[in-house]
Structure formats: C-alpha cells, structure tokens
Design a protein around this ligand. Structure first.
Ligand SMILES: NC(=O)c1ccc[n+]([C@@H]2O[C@H](COP(=O)([O-])OP(=O)(O)OC[C@H]3O[C@@H](n4cnc5c(N)ncnc54)[C@H](O)[C@@H]3O)[C@@H](O)[C@H]2O)c1
Length: 357
C-alpha cells in the first residue's frame, strides 16, 4: 500500500517543495497548515503544477483536538514536521511565543502520533544547532549550541526526539539539519513568501532587484574568505525536498533513525550571491559594505558525507539554479514579499543570513 504522509506546515516554503517531491516519488500526502506564514493561494498553485488538488486541512498543530481529528479521519503512516516559527528577530523579541510554537507544538504532535500509533517522523532542524561552529566543514558530531531562542527551540526539539528514540525502539526519526535553503520551484509558482521576517538573504536580494529596497548591507568585507565577505552553504530548496524523500524512505524501509546535515558541503559568499542574482535577474543590485558585527563567523558549511553515506543524498543544483528559480518566482508571483523587513544585515544573534533559520 502507498505510504500516506502528513506534512505539518506543508504550505510553507520547504513544505510545499517537499510535497511535490513526495508526490513525484509516489507517496500520498496530506497537508496540515494554519496559513500563519503561507499564502492562501499555495494549494491552487500546487494543483496548477501537479494537475491534482492537494488534500489540505487548515489546522494549528498545537491544537491537540484538531490534530487528533486529522489523525482519526485520515490514514497516516508518517509525519514530516515543518510547522514552526523561524524568524530569529521575532524569537529574540518574544521567546515565549517561539517555545509554544516550536516546542509545545512538537510535544503535542508526538503525543497525538503516539495515540494513533504513528511512529515515523522527519523533523526540520537547522544548522543553527551548531551555534558558533568551531571548525569547517561542520560534521554532525560537532559541538552543539545556540545563539538565540529560535536556535534553542530547534536544539530542544532534537533533544526531545533523541530521548523519544532512546526510550521507544518502535519509533524511527529522521532529524535533518538544513543549512541555507534558497531558490524556488522552476515553474515560478511556489517559493519563499514569508509573511513575516525570516531574515533569509535571497528574498532580500530579490527585493533589491525588484526595486523595493535600495541596497543590501553587507557586514564585513575582510573575512579570511576568497572575496572577504561571509560564506554560507546555500542549498536549493528542491534538493532539500529530495533529501526529505530519502530520509522518509529510509525510516519506512529500515526503521533506522538518523541525524544528518542537508547542505551542499560548499559555501557561496554573500557577494557571490549578489552577483549571481544580478546575472539571473538582469538587474543591478546595489550593496553597501558595513563593518563586521560581533558574533558573525566568516564561513559556515556542512560536511555532507554522512547524508551521502546514510541517505545517498547529494545536492545537484548550484547557485545559478537557485538565483534563476528564485527570480522566476519573484517575477511570476503576485505574492512575493509583502512584509516590511529591514535591509538585510548580519547581527550577532542572526549570524549571517539564515544560518539561524
Ligand atoms: N527556511 C529556512 O531557512 C530554514 C532553515 C533551517 C530550518 N528551517 C525549518 O524548516 C521548517 C520549515 O521552514 P520554512 O522555511 O518552510 O518556513 P515557512 O514559514 O515557509 O513554513 C512553515 C509553515 O508552517 C505553517 N505553520 C506555522 N505554525 C503552524 C502551526 N502552529 N500549525 C500549522 N501550521 C503552522 C506556516 O503557515 C507555514 O506554511 C521550519 O521548522 C524551520 O524552522 C527553515
């Protein structure tokens, strides 16, 4: 029988791309989303791409009763848990809300899954759990830490899940530590459309390309990197989506839990991203160099060897693919970026674009 997967937050950026990858791999999918950070049009756009209306249930995953009714009504074999809040600045402003949204909701989900005998889960974690990395590339056994409440919420989520796997041998959990997701589906129909400030670099570069922001502030031009600007491991969201399919497949087939990095294993500098986006968009993207900020690291990129060995995962799309698809999304989408977010900058707690997201 075809496995049926519940995607919490499946209308969001990574969730919607994973929906497409799962469908392509032959899974059945049910999306649960409260649309707190997703455009209402996402289901229609998914239908436009696939030709079939997705099964979408509007619910808040921290609402135990609503979640229980989803599990009672639908046959669910496994869950991929994307639903979370991800804005680092917002987590600093109101940490409690983040712990409710990211930790309390995870515990509710685990309880409801347990009650309905669903014991297979893929969890969206982040490179933010490495805090300030000590050495590069970053392997999964690197020391863990956090630099803001969002990072703490992801780390605590991992720890709850590790505890769950230790005490419940019937559970199979895949913890995926994303590096810096970017890009969009090549159709230009879905992409990153935060209704709130996620702080990611590429959407902000896109806003400059669209003329909505005057320039990108680049903090630090004297790092020990090839062009002096910070380096991060940007990975195409479609590659990331395929990583989820591989993780889920391994859990369902072999019941072997795993924690892996999902990155390219290679960094691109902030300036490289700006230049690549200029080529992709055909627009000039002004930037201003600012001084370094305390807490920023020069470079961060994954050691991708564990993901290759355990999942057979290898990212195949490069920075040009990310910029081209992002621009296709930005120009095609009437949604685009709607939030009033500041010009992107590196802060001590934000630690470069999306290291913490
Ligand atoms: N995008 C990144 O840069 C990045 C990096 C590392 C990790 N992550 C993690 O990946 C996951 C997905 O990120 P994303 O970029 O797709 O974010 P996103 O905001 O685009 O997607 C999250 C989705 O979850 C939904 N949601 C939020 N709270 C919910 C709730 N209580 N109940 C139901 N739905 C809810 C939102 O409406 C949205 O559709 C998150 O857990 C995030 O922390 C993201």
């Amino acid at each position: 029988m075809t496995a049926r997967v519940l995607l919490t937050g499946g209308a969001g950026f990574i969730g919607s791309h994973t929906y497409l990858a799962l469908l392509e791999a032959g899974f059945e999918v049910v999306i649960v989303d409260d649309f707190s950070n997703a455009e209402q049009s996402v289901p229609d756009r998914l239908e436009e791409i696939t030709g079939t209306a997705p099964r979408v249930i509007r619910a808040d995953v921290s609402d135990a009763a609503a979640l229980a009714s989803v599990f009672a009504a639908e046959r669910i074999d496994a869950v991929i848990h994307f639903a979370a809040r991800k804005s680092v600045p917002q987590s600093l402003a109101r940490p409690q809300g983040f712990f409710d949204a990211n930790i309390a909701a995870l515990l509710t989900l685990l309880r409801v899954m347990d009650r309905h005998r669903v014991a297979t889960l893929v969890y969206s974690s982040s490179a933010t759990v490495y805090g300030q990395p000590e050495a590069l590339p970053i392997p999964e056994h690197a020391p863990l830490g956090y630099t803001n409440p969002y990072g703490l919420s992801k780390l605590m989520g991992e720890q709850f899940l590790n505890q769950c796997v230790r005490t419940r041998p019937d559970w199979a959990v895949g913890i995926l530590r994303y590096f810096n997701p970017a890009g969009a589906h090549p159709s230009g129909l879905i992409g990153e459309a935060p209704l709130s400030d996620g702080g990611n670099l590429m959407p902000l570069v896109a806003r400059v390309a669209r003329g909505e922001l005057p320039a990108i502030d680049i903090h630090g031009r004297d790092y020990g990197t090839p062009d002096g600007t910070g380096v991060r491991d940007f990975i195409h969201v479609s590659d990331l989506a395929e990583g989820h399919v591989l993780s889920l497949d391994r859990l369902l087939r072999h019941r072997r839990s795993h924690t892996v990095n999902l990155g390219r294993g290679q960094g691109y500098s902030v300036l490289e991203v700006v230049k690549a986006y200029e080529r992709a968009s055909g627009r000039r993207i002004p930037y201003r160099f600012r001084s370094r900020r305390e807490g920023d690291v020069a470079a961060s990129y994954a050691d991708p060897s564990m993901a290759r060995a355990v999942l057979g995962f290898q990212a195949s799309r490069d920075l040009n693919d990310m910029c081209r698809s992002s621009w296709a999304w930005e120009t095609r989408s009437s949604a685009g970026l709607t939030a009033a977010v500041p010009v992107w900058s590196m802060t001590a707690t934000q630690s470069l674009p999306n290291l913490s997201a």
